[in-house]
Ligand binder design. Sequence first.
Ligand code: HEC
Length: 450
Amino acid sequence: MKKLNFALCIATVATASTLAAQGNPGPTFKTPVATVAANIAARNAATDDPPTWAHDVARIMQNKCQVCHTPGSIAPMVLVTYEDAKKFADKIKQRVATRRMPPDTEIKTIVNWVDAGAPQGDMKDAPPPITLPDPAKWQFADKFGAPDLIVKSRPYTVGPTGQDKWWRPETDMGVTEERWVRAIEIKPSVPLGKRVVHHVLTTLEQDEGPMLQGLASTAMDHTPGARPMSGGLFMEWALGKQGEIYNEDAGKLLLPGAKIRWEVHYYAIGKEVPNDQVEIGVWYYPKGYKPKNRTILNMFNVAAGSELDIPPGQKTVTQNYITLKAPARIENFQPHMHMRGKAAMMEAVYPDGKREVLSYVNNFQWNWHVNYIYADNVAPLLPKGTMLVFTAWHDNTKENPNNPDPEQWIGWGDRTVDEMAHVWVDVTYLEQDDFDKKVADRKKAAQIKP
Ligand code: HEC
């Protein structure tokens, strides 16, 4: 996975627009609420003129909102022109001020703008409109061209009402020779598919022989229910995520006869969505290129045995751990919870006992499943025997604005009103000599930079 501009989730500095450019739209939650409140107070004292759309607010909307609030994208309304924003000013203020939409330091500008009656200002000051990615197109096409392989799930009609549905067809990928995969993107249909698809899991079914090749087999130890016929999880998708790009020395392996076993979680939106299909786009490495390592997508369960016990009106902490049986590079961190999900953390306890937070999402929002991808030069390199500790926090109190019913006991379950707690982590297992070399190279690079 390549060049995303944040080191650890705990120190996220990327903006929604740079993330979007990297195929990863999403909020950044770096500033504690108390700090934001203090900043707002300080700046309130310092300025008199109300912000205007043209001078102040249009830029914020372009950088922080339009990636989603654009025609055909996932958000319910468009926030592109002055008229769009003015119409929704009160709602915008409410969302922004309660930090459910992500603009960090711009919060005060937006709130003051709405309080001043949402003035337009002099349109000569307004920034030119920006071009947004077309959600109907493959986002990685700019980088890699059209996908080498596109596989569609079998059509499914989502009724206008009713409970959530899980659609689990199996599709032949049409692969006739061994190929290594450098990137994958999952794309619900536009516009309606994006509104009815909550998440997509794709599992690779292929004949792996007696066991997975090489070190990758160790990954199976962490994936309950893995079968010898299974190449493991191919990719997971949820709102806010686009795809995965593998590091040059790693990739996924497709074998002849490979099949995708889908799990598409659908929910009703009040109107019928006929014959919906989800697409998966695959980009190959050039024929004959064989990356040294095989990346395996792990679902690390934070609740052992999928058990969760979240009493009404309470906040809970759940924890689990695994021990790495081979040296590894950790590529990303993507927590998955539902409406009561509050925070999630991944720590490493090294064989020498040192403990380190690798990633921490302190303000989880269930309708933004952000995949935090480590930049190449900071992706954690963990020696054999390192323990990964996963912690998830759930908030079943009425303080949680996403909580539909704080009086309910909540356990593990598939529906969004039930809970889950797992993290999706791509692990690249490394041979010892390769690992040693990567660690040495990184030390060297750190010495060059002061
Ligand atoms: C990552 C995608 C994403 C980004 C970025 C985003 N939104 Fe949203 N927004 C959504 C989605 C999805 C919904 C609908 C679900 C919900 O209500 O949370 C929504 C809902 C809203 C609503 C409520 C609409 C209603 O009818 O109640 C407002 C207001 C809003 N967004 C404003 C903003 C503003 C202002 C920004 C930028 C500061 C922003 N959003 C950035 C995805 C996004």
